[in-house]
Design a protein around this ligand. Structure first.
Ligand code: NAI
Ligand code: AKG
Length: 392
């Protein structure tokens, strides 16, 4: 029986992927094989020894200590693209909220009491809530991955001029992106040209505090900056300074913080970019399927720290081995298996940065001695036996 410990609200459709015969799934569960999480912060948590995988039902993995997971041989999965449409649609709402004074207008209407002269009052006051249109304006998109490429294409569909910046765009994302999106190789020029800027990049050491006084020094006073990426990418004090000095128009953010609360130029939402039934389902299903294929078959898809790897099952007995990616480990592994007279029927080895991962299908169950020998190789981080001899 595999054990999945859940954190946060995970869609039932995803949880139902785990069969009741083979999986125990609960929020309070000792000795879990895997965690299934959304925004749960794991940096300060000590991991149980049994933990083999973490499934992040979403895109951003800044809540997971990736380096520690590499050291401990824990595979971290995410759900690339599964919530991208939900975020794109909320960006559209953010752009409209940033350019028309919808929110203030609605608050004004809510403040009114029943009265005889309602119509003339509305007609008199409505000029306070006038705005501008999106058509013809320039949208700058920073980060052209799953979400950014959808936002960029949406901007074109709305009749906007779209400029984009992504120094590490993937081949798939580049294919998704319309050729009408102008590629910029300089972030300062993008910030100088855009009327709307939408951020869709991950928070990394290199992107923390990226939107700073420097970038905001040359922006248009009409600028609406949208942050549905992460709060840490933006220096909030620089935003407040730019708004207070009239150097930009609005900041629309999915990441409220103490220093941005109640500012008239800041419109904030409680991190709801991915909060739609569809996105929650897509993410949970994708990650549940990935966790099951890993736990049952050792295959890895959409990992952010391990190589992606899949080998069709050729025998009922499969061993997976994670090791540090240095020369000669594979030789030692195959030599030990041969010394114990076990035939290898099929195997696959892949590496990613400092890690290597092996899937080995065997003709017979490995003996305790052979497993001890494999585990004692200095660079081996973990060894799992899958299939009919899960005795260790
Ligand atoms: N508000 C919300 O609820 C949600 C927020 N997010 C956030 O949005 C981020 C992006 O999500 P996806 O598009 O799904 O990820 P993705 O991985 O598909 O795309 C991220 C893109 O950012 C690019 N990038 C990396 N460093 C960059 C830099 N310095 N400048 C410009 N581009 C850079 C990458 O090359 C990649 O193409 C996530 O990392 C997460 O933090 C994602 C989903 C929901
Ligand atoms: O699970 C959520 O609601 C957060 C989504 C998110 O921020 C992400 O996928 O990166």
């Amino acid at each position: 029986m595999y054990k999945i410990r859940t954190y946060n609200t995970i869609s039932v459709k995803g949880l139902n992927r785990f069969s009741r015969e083979d999986y125990e799934v609960a929020s309070e569960l000792p000795h879990p094989d895997a965690f299934l999480i959304r925004s749960q912060k794991l940096h300060d948590m000590e991991f149980p020894e049994t933990l083999k995988a973490i499934g992040r039902a979403g895109a951003g993995v800044n809540n997971v200590p990736l380096e520690r997971c590499i050291e401990q041989g824990i595979v971290v999965f995410n759900a690339p693209g599964a919530n991208a449409n939900a975020v794109k649609e909320l960006v559209l709402a953010g752009m409209l909220l940033g350019s028309r004074d919808i929110y203030a207008g609605m608050k004004f209407v809510e403040s009114l009491d029943q009265q005889d002269g309602l119509d003339p009052l509305l007609e008199k006051e409505k000029k306070r809530f006038a705005g501008t249109e999106l058509i013809g304006k320039t949208l700058g998109v920073v980060g052209l991955g799953n979400i950014g490429s959808l936002v960029a294409n949406m901007g074109l569909a709305l009749g906007m001029k779209v400029i984009g910046y992504d120094p590490a765009i993937s081949v798939e994302a580049a294919w998704r992106l319309s050729s009408d999106v102008e590629k910029m190789d300089n972030l300062n020029s993008l910030f100088g040209r855009a009327d709307y800027i939408s951020l869709h990049l991950p928070v990394l050491d290199a992107t923390r505090g990226l939107v700073s006084d420097n970038l905001l020094s040359g922006v248009k006073p009409s600028l609406v900056l949208l942050n549905f990426a992460r709060g840490e990418i933006v220096d909030n004090s620089a935003i407040v300074r730019a708004l207070d000095d009239g150097r930009m128009h609005r900041y629309v953010s999915d990441f409220p913080a103490n220093d941005t609360l109640r500012h008239p130029g800041i419109l904030q939402m409680p991190h709801i970019g991915a909060s739609t039934g569809e996105a929650e389902e897509n993410c949970a299903i994708m990650v549940a399927d990935q966790l099951m294929d890993f736990l049952e078959n050792g295959n890895i898809a959409n990992s952010v720290n391990f190589p992606n790897i899949a080998l069709p099952r050729t025998t009922p007995v499969r061993v997976t081995i994670t090791n540090r990616n240095v020369p000669k480990v594979l030789n030692q592994i195959t030599a030990i298996i041969a010394e114990h007279d076990i035939n290898i029927v099929d195997m696959l080895n892949k590496s990613r940065a400092d890690l290597a991962y092996n899937i080995i299908d065997l003709e017979a169950c490995p003996t305790d001695d052979s497993l001890d020998a494999l585990r004692s190789i200095e660079e081996v981080i973990n060894v799992r036996v899958l299939g009919s001899c899960q005795y260790r």
